[in-house]
Design a protein around this ligand. Structure first.
Ligand SMILES: Nc1ncnc2c1ncn2[C@@H]1O[C@H](COP(=O)(O)OP(=O)(O)O)[C@@H](O)[C@H]1O
Ligand SMILES: [Mg+2]
Length: 608
């Protein structure tokens, strides 16, 4: 009883939804975690004034009353980072949803539940690496490796960022729980231990040696992105779009098929059935590793904070996601983080800010919305990791934005736009016409195009040229559409008619990619580039033919169209080429078709 009495540090003074104001809080710090009320709900101090603290509570606060006790922990909101994060699903403050369900036999998270974030009993296969007694080590040094699962074979165990000293003891290879001290380090008479997991406060970026410019592409296996608006590994991209435009489908496609080593998927404030879909879909998807099928879920971790979960935890879920991403980046991996949707996160920010009675800015959002968004996206990037051996890692952040009514002038969209380097704007009209992904090629952009040119050119020296030409054809179509609407199609010249026709092929048979078909659920880069070559090649050859034969031997678009009908059919059928085939196969197939296009135009010229 006496112990209980000394534990209590504060009392609840006011409860306003997820916000609790408490007094007698002197001695606490900003962002310290406190346990609120008899149920010991998890909360975090977000404002301190004198001995009064405002606390955002990550659990349902109904039933809390004035006078309830508060217990301070002295610790910031932290994550446990170690084996067991992958292939798992956590809530916004990293509580393990699966294990809670098993323990509590309830589909809802009981209030105040105390379950360790990472499994304490599970044994992991651990092997020490490049470490012996007497060595000097410091933060970030790799001391060993855990085989996490068949897909993610090397989970590196690192010295936590702030530790350093001389190695005193090294455990041999074996099966250990995450709390086992596998390395003991001594410095100035103090002994510290490295366990298989470490803790890190979510609101603080994990340190790295240096941030670097991205140079490789995140291959998304979505044609419209890989061909026209690519993003770097370490880059930032936003996907804004109204309800039903395909934000979730794009984010999930990226998690499934992109060339990242680790995927962190944050479901933030969206409907629960979408998370349920992820949970049922992902474990079924497999990839071939050393001739064995391994579920891609093994490289994925989910942070779920659906619309029916407490709003404050939504705010935390973004930080939980990005901190987890940083931990894997520090091991030297390329991590992709998806947040669906950052608008719901911003709304949580707005709600808390409103309850704190802060001065609202645009549309009721707090004035620091832009700063908060920026500090989140800033945690992306390609870096030189801390410690030895020298390695690089990256975090690519893709944030979905759901502006009300699809209006891109809303504060969250416009703030995001000024931060990210890549913008895939989804278009309601395209979605209504069932043009998916509904990425509007006129408003979307990527500022990584120049940086990525050398990377793509190692795949194919013509890539930049092809991309440029495709964009030009689409741009010309956009200009010509106006003329057609004003004075009709007949007023167009022959080469313009040709451009319109090729633009239609690009839109309907290249940019459109139905994610629910067996031929287009993903599209490897070799297929994308092959298709670009054939389409652009056709346009070029047709334009050349029309330019060469003017006057008496005039070749018009209609006659070209008539004599290449079979060929055009083959071009529009290219997408049906199944995606899971070798690069070599795609190269051969599309080079052959390209040759056929050139041959057809040679025949046409000879006939004249
Ligand atoms: N790439 C795609 N291929 C085929 N259908 C799609 C694609 N993207 C979206 N859709 C269709 O649009 C619907 C809504 O997509 P969703 O991603 O849930 O929208 P949002 O998250 O923007 O509200 C999907 O259920 C699907 O029918
Ligand atoms: Mg959605």
């Amino acid at each position: 009883m006496a112990a209980m009495a000394t534990e209590v540090t504060g009392t609840v003074m006011k409860v306003s939804g997820p916000l609790v104001v408490a007094e007698n809080m002197a001695g606490t710090k900003m962002y310290e975690v406190v346990r609120v009320g008899k149920d010991r709900l998890v909360g975090e101090i977000i404002r301190l004034e004198g001995d009064t603290a405002s606390i955002q509570v990550y659990e349902d606060t109904s039933g809390l009353t004035v006078g309830d006790p508060l217990v301070k922990t002295g610790l910031p909101l932290s994550l446990e980072l170690g084996p067991g994060i992958l292939d798992g699903i956590y809530d916004g403050i990293q509580r393990p949803l699966e294990r809670i369900q098993q323990i509590c036999q309830s589909v809802f998270v009981p209030r105040g539940v105390d379950v360790p974030n990472l499994d304490r009993d599970k044994l992991w296969d651990y092997t020490p690496q490049n470490m012996k007694v007497g060595d000097l080590v410091s933060g970030g040094d790799i001391v060993g490796v855990v085989r996490e699962n068949g897909l993610f074979k090397k989970h590196f165990i690192m010295v936590p960022p702030k530790l350093s000293g001389r190695v005193k003891k090294v455990m041999p290879a074996g099966k250990y729980t995450i709390e086992t001290p596998v390395v003991e380090i001594e410095e100035a008479g103090n002994t510290m231990t490295v366990m298989l997991f470490q803790r890190w406060p979510v609101r603080q970026a994990r340190p790295c040696v240096e941030k670097l410019q991205g140079k490789e592409a995140l291959l998304t296996c979505e044609r419209v992105i890989d061909a026209l608006f690519p993003v770097t590994l370490g880059g930032t991209a936003a996907v804004p779009g109204a309800f039903g435009c395909g934000k979730t489908v794009i984010s999930q496609a990226l998690s499934k098929y992109s060339n990242s080593d680790v995927v962190v998927y944050v479901g933030c404030g969206e409907r629960g059935n979408e998370m349920a879909e992820v949970l049922s879909d992902f474990p079924e998807l497999t990839t071939m590793i050393d001739g064995k099928e391994e579920p891609i879920m093994q490289r994925t971790t989910l942070v779920a904070n659906t619309s029916n979960m407490p709003v404050a935890a939504r705010e935390a879920s973004i930080y939980t996601g990005v901190t987890t991403a940083e931990y894997f980046r520090d091991q030297g991996y390329n991590v992709a983080m998806m947040a669906d949707s950052t608008s719901r996160w911003a709304e949580a920010l707005r709600e808390i800010s409103g309850r704190l009675a802060e001065m609202p800015a645009d549309a009721g959002y707090p004035a620091y919305l832009g700063a908060r968004l920026a500090s989140f996206y800033e945690r992306s990037g390609r870096v030189t990791c801390l410690g030895n051996p020298v390695r690089e890692g990256s975090i690519t952040i893709v944030g979905a934005v759901s502006p009300p009514g699809g209006d891109f002038t809303d504060p969250v969209t416009s703030a995001t736009l000024s931060i990210v380097q890549c913008f895939w704007g989804l278009d309601k009209k395209l979605a209504q016409r069932k043009h998916f992904p509904s990425v509007n090629w006129n408003i979307s952009f990527s500022k990584y195009i120049r940086i990525l040119a050398p990377y793509f050119e190692t795949y194919d020296p013509e890539y930049s040229m092809l991309q440029q030409q495709m964009k030009e054809i689409l741009q010309k179509e956009d200009d010509l559409q106006e003329i057609v609407q004003l004075v009709g199609k007949d007023s167009l010249s022959e080469d313009q008619k040709c451009t319109l026709e090729v633009a239609k092929i690009i839109r309907e048979d290249f940019l459109q990619q139905n994610g629910f078909t067996d031929y287009d659920f993903m599209c490897p880069l070799a297929k994308t580039i092959g298709m670009m070559k054939v389409i652009v090649g056709f346009h070029e050859a047709a334009q050349k033919a029309m330019a060469e034969f003017s006057g008496e031997h005039k070749v018009g678009w209609n006659s070209i169209y008539a004599s290449t009908k079979g060929l055009i059919k083959k071009i529009t059928d290219m997408k049906f080429e199944l995606p899971r085939q070798s690069e070599e196969h795609f190269r051969k197939t599309f080079v052959a078709l390209h040759e056929e296009v050139l041959a057809a135009f040679r025949t046409l010229a000879e006939e004249k």
